[in-house]
Design a protein around this ligand. Sequence first.
Ligand code: GLV
Ligand code: MG
Length: 348
Amino acid sequence: MNRRIHPMNLGHVRWIVDRLEASKGAGMNHSAREVRSRRSNLAVPGSSTKMLEKAKGLPADQVFMDIEDAVAPLAKPDARKNIVAALNEGGYDGKVRSVRVNDWTTEWTYADVIEVVSGAGANLDCIMLPKVQGPEQIQALDMLLTQIEKSEGLEVGRIGIEAQIENAMGLIKVDEIAAASPRVETIIFGPADFMASINMKSLVVGEQPPGYDVGDAYHYILMRILMAARAYDKQAIDGPYLQIKDIDGYKRVAGRSAALGFDGKWVLHPGQIDVANEVFSPTQDDYEHAELILDAYEWYTSAEGGARGAAMLGDEMIDEASRKMALVISGKGRAAGMQRTQTFTPPE
Ligand code: GLV
Ligand code: MG
């Protein structure tokens, strides 16, 4: 399956090849879809032509155009039209272009998908499905997409699916949801709807509910999503932080999911984009270090380097597991367009 390669993501192609190699023999599942950088996922209401236009010039990795909760019921038909026009006009170069449709329990989903994909399928990368409650909802979207792709003469299977986990049923079925279709690219945590779904005693997304003083109330949910994503080789994306003026708060909450291994987070305001891009990229030092480990390990395992399984890089012992960890960091750095300044020189 040929995925469109964004120019800024060329380095990522090598990473994917490496990851596929790394997964061989390790018993890992993987799909052949292109993995795209999604550190910052900018939410844009489809009802606002002004914001659809403004998003073109912002440095977010992904733009998702919304027809769901950021758009009032009466404005949904116009939002579909605005989105089709914006996608076809173009200008989102280098960004992943996604559209969030309404969930399958509403009366809007089929018309959202048909109008957007028939109208702009060639200029669209993913459909985001909110409030997913089971694998059959992904399969239904997959079948509908396949029909539209066939009838419009589009490449079948190119458009990906992003699955939002926003309620208890979605979370307990997240493994099946991740495995439901090769189109699934991301598993996204929807904290606002999720907190409502489980009756969490807080109104502030991302903050700990008052009375819970023994750790992070979101840890289980984030880890559950991350395990499903990693087991099925999908990206794990953290959802919105609604206090858009509180950049320190955003950084703190984003830092938690980034530390666990999430690939990116939603941004609701341009002011959150740079923070997301920074928090979900490796530091320059970690990136350089990872690239050195990869080069050094390749050399030491070669015949010229002594065909060794474990070797020293400075004061550090490196082995096959170090290579796997380095691959993750280097992949994120390359996808973010980071450049290395040091090269590995084999010992004399
Ligand atoms: C996002 O859709 C959320 O509910 O947090
Ligand atoms: Mg939601």
